[in-house]
Every structure is written in structure tokens, then in C-alpha cells.
Design a protein around this ligand. Structure first.
Ligand code: NDP
Length: 494
């Protein structure tokens, strides 16, 4: 982290700054490998207690945490605003969504993970079959800066509800928000079941090597590959939630007005710094002019800045501004035309809403995550062509479809873990829907029943319940028994 002269490390401390005005938000000692290992040891002890509490004890405490977060929401929103620059409105949406998960996971953990009897097989009818999901033990969570509450909690809450302890490394850009979450938890829960270790990539790498029993990473695909490789050294299982380049398709029979409104929200919410943000729009030619006119009008009305009612905040990570500017310049050089904004939209620390039309599919802005308030709109002859283009990238996180007749067909055809129909981003706020991607957007799932099971392993127990009917699982088996098995198999599987 020091090697690139990152200004956030000052006197061996991690210092977080407000991206809007550069003031210091907070500073924290950096955890080296020894401190990370010590946190994991502490977590291992705490986990035993946490597991012995049972589902009811964990549920009660996690639901109290939900109450604590909702009561102290104004304080949390102010801190998120200070540390990431996101508007209070964006921060509110993020925390409200996180609270839905904090409510759902503990209430459903017993049903999804608890012990149950399952049916046995005909030939093993003298056995009973038991299935339950047991926690891995200690889960390491590495989080990004763009959603410093929702994203890590999407792993932390499900891991805790499943009976694990957690060691969490927030992004170096949002250490104070991470610390706030752990401190709130400590007010409620008697033992250090959730701890925070502060630092940059080296601290994250130390967490990968610390012997945690599972690692949940959310961040860029490039870093995910490093995390995956490091975790492989100890065969530590991983869940990887990475980047995307999500597409929105507008079909010929879509509600064009609603599509324009949603494209804007899906693309520019959180100043476009959203893993599931809409970055590419494919609109069918026959409705393209109408769609663009509405999109551009509304985008032009958005208020950019720091005031409480502004709608597009600053770019959180200063170096991302160069990436956004590079994508805008490249799109222009490759023949894209600006329907709104242009290179002058980039006014650090802000990027003003920018809409570029008819950009070649191989431009950087069409293939790489831009992560800013920039939308590309390309016209296509029909929705199937839109789908082909939407599916052409190695990413596959989310996406959206606006259509009347073909909505579900197009949604199913989209190569992504999640798609909305006539809406955007909605799946993230539905605790029953698993969240995660395919391809370079990662694998594994947070949220929902799959999210609970992601942090537990299936434990199967086959228990003899009747005396042996015939010696199937024994060297006492004779030829007559083999003939009986043959007969049974013919009857059953013919
Ligand atoms: P990064 O990949 O830069 O960082 C993610 C986390 O990994 C940070 O805490 C970072 O620490 C840490 N890290 C960096 N290097 C290493 C390493 N070698 N070993 C272990 N950990 C390391 O992502 P960002 O923080 O920039 O987050 C934005 C990205 O996250 C975007 O690509 C976005 O699409 C994606 N994202 C995906 C989501 C999803 O659910 N699929 C949700 C939200 C975001 P540090 O910051 O201190 O360097």
C-alpha cells in the first residue's frame, strides 16, 4: 500500500479523508499479519460461544443489532456521507436495504440450516438420513468502499446468522464506517464475534493467509483473482463478489418513460459507483429517440454537489476519476457522440452526468467498469441483438430489461446472476433473492437461503435405525444377496 505513495498512510496510520473537501474523517492503526492472526484466534474462541448460543440466541442478538442500527441511523448516514461523499439520500437507501437483510437472515437461519430428516433410499431403508448445515468457524470478510455498509453486511450478517465469527477488513477508503459497524455490534453482543482489522491490500492478504475457514471478498475482479490465488495456498474456500458492466435493454414495446427514469437511477445512483450499476443501455431503434430525449432531459436536471439535497455526490476514490476521464475520452475518439456532457463533465472531485451515444462495442467504456455517472446508449435493430451484445462480455453480474411481451424471456436469456424486469437494482433489496454473479463477476452467493448456506457446510449423517435387513455394507454379503440387489436394481431403474 505504501509502494505507490498512497496518501492514506500517514505515520504508519490509516487516515481516511472526505472526498468532498479533503478533511480528515478518522485514523486507525494498521493491522499487520500478527494482529490479523491474533484477531482470528480471538474469533475462534468467540465462535464456540456463539455457536453454543443456538439459533435463538443468535437471532435475538442480531435482531437487537438491527434495532441499534436503525435507531442510530442519522449518525451512520452522516459518517457514510463524510467518508465516501455519497449523498445522504444514497446512504439512506443503502442502510435501509442492509436492514432488510439484518432482519431476514437471523429469522430464517434455523429453518434453512437447522437439522432435518431427509428421505433415505430403498436399499438403505434400515438407515435414517439426517442433514444439517454447520458453520465453517471463522469467516474473513474483505469489503469495498462503494457500499461500506450494505456490501460487507451482506456477507457478515449471513455468516453470523449461520453461526460463524467474523474478522472484517473494510476498504482503506472506509475504515471509519467499518469500525462503526463493529462498535455497534460490540454494544449488543457480549463476545468479540465481529472484529475489524484495518489496513490496505497487505492487511487483506494477511487475512487470506490467516487460516480463516472461509473468505468472503467483495471488490474488483483484478483483486479477486489475487485473493483467490492467496486463499488457494491453504485451500480456504472463497465467495467472490466482483465487478460488472451491467446492461439495460429497452425493447420496442417498453414503457419508454419508465425505462428512461430507471436507466438514470440504475446508472447514476451513488454517482455510478455501483457494482450492479447500469453502464450500457441497448435501445431498440424504433423507440431510441424518445428514450434518449427523456433520459437526457432528466439527467440534465440532476443536482451535483455537496448540499444536502444534491443528487450526485463526488467520486470517492480520487484515482477512479482518471479511469472515468479515460473512458469518456476513448469513447469520443472512437466516434461516440455526447448527448449530455463531455470531457468537461470531469471536474474533480465530481463527474457531472454524461450520456454518450453510439459507442463502438470494443471501446473501453463498453468493456471495462467505468464506475462513474456515465451512461452509454447504443441503438440496436431488435431486442435479440441487444441480448447478444449484453452477453458479449466476460462479466455477468446484474442487468435489466424493459419490455412488455418479452420481458421474462429476455431476463432469462441474460448471462448474469440477477436481472430486473421493468425496474433496476431491485433484487439487491429482496432478502430472499440470492446475490452474485457469473464469469468474471465472481461466484458464490450472498443473500437469501443460498447466502446462508454459503457460510455453512452440509453435514450428512446416516444412522442405522433398524437391524440389518441383509448384509449390503459388509463382507458377509454372499452371492444370493448380489442376485437380490440385481433384481432390485432392475425393478427400480429399468
Ligand atoms: P478493490 O478490489 O480495490 O478492493 C476490495 C478490497 O480488497 C479492499 O478492502 C482492498 O483493500 C482489498 N485488497 C486489495 N488488495 C488485496 C489483496 N492483495 N489481498 C486481499 N485484499 C486486498 O475494490 P474496491 O474497494 O475498489 O471496490 C470496488 C469494486 O468492488 C468494483 O469493481 C465493484 O464492482 C466491486 N463491487 C462488487 C460488488 C458485488 O457484490 N459484486 C458490490 C460492491 C462492489 P484496500 O481498499 O484497502 O486496498
Amino acid at each position: 500500500m505504501n509502494s505507490d505513495g498512497n496518501p492514506q498512510v500517514i505515520d504508519e496510520e490509516l487516515v481516511s479523508f472526505s472526498p468532498a473537501d479533503g478533511t480528515v474523517v478518522d485514523r486507525f492503526p494498521i493491522a499487520g499479519a500478527e494482529a490479523v492472526d491474533a484477531a482470528v484466534r480471538t474469533a475462534r474462541d468467540a465462535q464456540k460461544w456463539w455457536w453454543e448460543l443456538g439459533h435463538a440466541g443468535r437471532r435475538q442478538r442480531l435482531l437487537r443489532l438491527r434495532g441499534e442500527v436503525s435507531r442510530r441511523m442519522p449518525e451512520l448516514l452522516a459518517l457514510m456521507h463524510a467518508e465516501t461523499g455519497k449523498t445522504l439520500s444514497d446512504a439512506r437507501t443503502e442502510v435501509a436495504t442492509a436492514l432488510e437483510h439484518l432482519n431476514w437472515a437471523p429469522k430464517h437461519a434455523r429453518r434453512v440450516l437447522g437439522p432435518r430428516r431427509v428421505r433415505t433410499s430403498l436399499v438403505l431403508v434400515d438407515h435414517a438420513a439426517h442433514l444439517e448445515y454447520r458453520p465453517y468457524g471463522v469467516v474473513g470478510v474483505i469489503g469495498p468502499w462503494n457500499y461500506p455498509v450494505l456490501t460487507p453486511l451482506g456477507s457478515i450478517v449471513y455468516a453470523l446468522a449461520a453461526g460463524n465469527a467474523v474478522v472484517f477488513k473494510p476498504s482503506e477508503y472506509t475504515p471509519a464506517v467499518g469500525q462503526w459497524l463493529a462498535d455497534a455490534f460490540a454494544q449488543i453482543v457480549e463476545r468479540p464475534v465481529l472484529q475489524v482489522v484495518q489496513g490496505g491490500g497487505e492487511t487483506g492478504a494477511a487475512l487470506c493467509r490467516s487460516g480463516v475457514d472461509k473468505l468472503a471478498f467483495t471488490g474488483s475482479t483484478a483483486t479477486a483473482k489475487k485473493v483467490y490465488a492467496t486463499c488457494a495456498e491453504k485451500m480456504t474456500p472463497v465467495v467472490l463478489e466482483c465487478g460488472g458492466k451491467d446492461a439495460l435493454i429497452v425493447d420496442h414495446d417498453a414503457d419508454v418513460d419508465a425505462a428512461a427514469d430507471s436507466a438514470l437511477w440504475g446508472g447514476l445512483f451513488n454517482a455510478g459507483q455501483t457494482c450492479i450499476g447500469i453502464e450500457r443501455v441497448y435501445v431498440v431503434e424504433s423507440v431510441a429517440d424518445r428514450f434518449l430525449e427523456r433520459l437526457v432531459t432528466r439527467a440534465g436536471e440532476l443536482r451535483v454537489g455537496e448540499a444536502p439535497d444534491d443528487q450526485v455526490g463526488p467520486i470517492t476514490m480520487p484515482r477512479q476519476i482518471d479511469v472515468i476521464a479515460g473512458h469518456i475520452a476513448d469513447a469520443a475518439e472512437r466516434g461516440g457522440t455526447f448527448a449530455l456532457g463531455g470531457p468537461e463533465s470531469v471536474r474533480p472531485p465530481y463527474v457531472h452526468p454524461t450520456i454518450i451515444v453510439d459507442v463502438p462495442e470494443d471501446a473501453r467504456a463498453m468493456r471495462e467498469e467505468t464506475f462513474g455517472p456515465v451512461l452509454i446508449v447504443n441503438r440496436v435493430p431488435d431486442a435479440d441483438e441487444a441480448l447478444t451484445r449484453a452477453n458479449a462480455l466476460p462479466y455477468g453480474l446484474g442487468g435489466a430489461v424493459f419490455a412488455r411481451s418479452a420481458g421474462m424471456r429476455l431476463a432469462r436469456g441474460m448471462k448474469s446472476g440477477m436481472t430486473t424486469v421493468n425496474s433496476t437494482l431491485a433484487f439487491a433489496g429482496m432478502p430472499r433473492l440470492p446475490f452474485g454473479g457469473v464469469g468474471e463477476s465472481g461466484f458464490g452467493r450472498i443473500h437469501g437461503e443460498d447466502g446462508l448456506r454459503e457460510f455453512a457446510y452440509a453435514k450428512s449423517i446416516a444412522r442405522r435405525r433398524l437391524p440389518e435387513l441383509f448384509p449390503l455394507l459388509s463382507f458377509k454379503r454372499a452371492e444370493k444377496h448380489n442376485r437380490l440387489i440385481d433384481r432390485l436394481m432392475r425393478i427400480r431403474h429399468r
